[in-house]
Ligand binder design. Structure first.
Ligand SMILES: [Zn+2]
Length: 381
């Protein structure tokens, strides 16, 4: 009788299933660890606010151009009117568009900062996103600040037609000016970074960092495979593959990302990074090892070793969590169908309704285009 009542009292959504290792995860534990699966270190997507909170010093972020809002110049309709998509995305995320930019501090060092929110129409780049990225780049030039941009995007926003493609040139031109001004830009690629975002500013970092297991590419593997009618290399388009092929400089797990960014930026600016007093946000994750050691009390302890492998290439996770019938290179192969799971990742998250939306929306984008610029969407279909 008693347990029955307790069960009733239990709020729903206390547990969720990891889309990678398929194990049930205690949500609170996962959130405490910056939304990383405690068992296999799968990185759940973060929205813009979560990313800012996880990266910058508490309360240091000063948003800019927040009032820039998109408009439906083409009066575009696919499965839905673009205007309705915008209304829904705005209501759902509280954002005007997918990019959030501004200035803030990372361990006391001033930076210009931008992030794409994948839950807003798949983080796609339309006029507003391109404009905000260009403007924050200009702010970096004017104020002589290092620039950090986080990408997570299905690509150019095809509902804005050619205007969305022009953003590729606009953002890159701004970054070229930053380069001329001897500025410094760190690009962080998160799952998924595809299409016109990969093909423009996300690939132009002086240093390019990726989160483990992220899908990074232009068109999705399935589209490429059917176009060239050839088998793709193992692990094609994962962070690990990109690292191996020189497209990415470093893979950094989320638990270490803030430290790593502060270190790199500190090196560039010559300012010693200092953790602000009383900032214990990393307490849960920074000592990832001890956090996992706790997990080791139960039989899931293996995650510790895996978490450590992170920065070298997380193939091992894949291998472990899936039918690991071959060696470590197999892990790469797994990763390619991990892609599809990764791309679906948001659906497994608590923002499931959002992401179904965004998936749908990126998909719609791809349908309206030649299909070449929405890798993640292709993964879904
Ligand atoms: Zn997992």
């Amino acid at each position: 009788m008693r347990w029955k009542r307790r069960k009733k009292d239990m709020p729903s959504g206390l547990w969720l299933q990891c889309p990678d290792c398929k194990k049930p995860i205690f949500r609170q534990e996962m959130e405490k660890r910056k939304k990383v699966c405690p068992d296999c270190s799968y990185h759940f997507p973060l929205n813009a606010a979560e990313r800012i909170a996880a990266t910058l010093d508490e309360g240091s972020f000063d948003e800019m151009h927040a009032d820039l809002a998109p408009s439906d110049r083409l009066e575009f309709v696919d499965t839905k009117a673009y205007k309705d998509r915008l209304d829904q995305a705005q209501a759902k995320t509280g954002l005007k568009d997918a990019a959030v930019v501004g200035v803030g501090k990372i361990k006391g060092i001033d930076v210009a900062f931008g992030v794409l929110d994948f839950s807003f129409i798949g983080g796609s780049m339309g006029y507003v996103v391109g404009e905000k990225i260009a403007r924050i780049t200009e702010t970096a030039i004017e104020r002589n600040l290092p620039l950090i941009l986080f990408s997570g995007s299905g690509g150019a926003r095809m509902m804005e037609g050619a205007i969305s493609l022009m953003q590729m040139g606009k953002t890159c031109a701004a970054l070229a000016r930053l380069d001329e001004a001897k500025g410094f830009y760190v690009s962080v690629l998160t799952n998924p970074t595809t299409g016109g975002v990969t093909a423009s500013y996300a690939s132009m970092g002086d240093v390019t960092i990726a989160e483990p297991g992220a899908l990074i590419g232009f068109a999705g593997p399935r589209v490429i495979k059917t176009t060239i009618k050839q088998e793709l290399p193992e692990g094609f388009q994962t962070s690990e593959f990109m690292l191996e092929h020189g497209f990415v400089d470093r893979i950094v797990s989320r638990a270490k990302l803030r430290d790593e960014l502060a270190h790199i930026i500190g090196y560039f600016t010559g300012v010693e990074p200092q953790e602000p007093e009383g900032d214990d946000r990393d307490a849960a994750t920074a000592n990832d090892d001890s956090a996992t050691a706790t997990a080791a009390d139960d039989p899931k302890g293996k995650s510790k070793a895996k978490a450590k492998d992170k920065s070298k290439g997380k193939g091992k996770d894949k291998e472990k969590s899936k039918d690991a019938d071959t060696g470590s290179s197999k892990s790469k192969a797994d990763a390619s169908d991990a892609d599809s799971r990764n791309a679906k990742a948001p659906a497994a998250d608590d923002r499931s309704d959002d992401s179904e939306e965004s998936g749908d929306e990126v998909g719609a984008g791809s349908k309206s285009s030649s299909g070449s610029r929405s890798g993640s969407a292709d993964e879904k279909s």
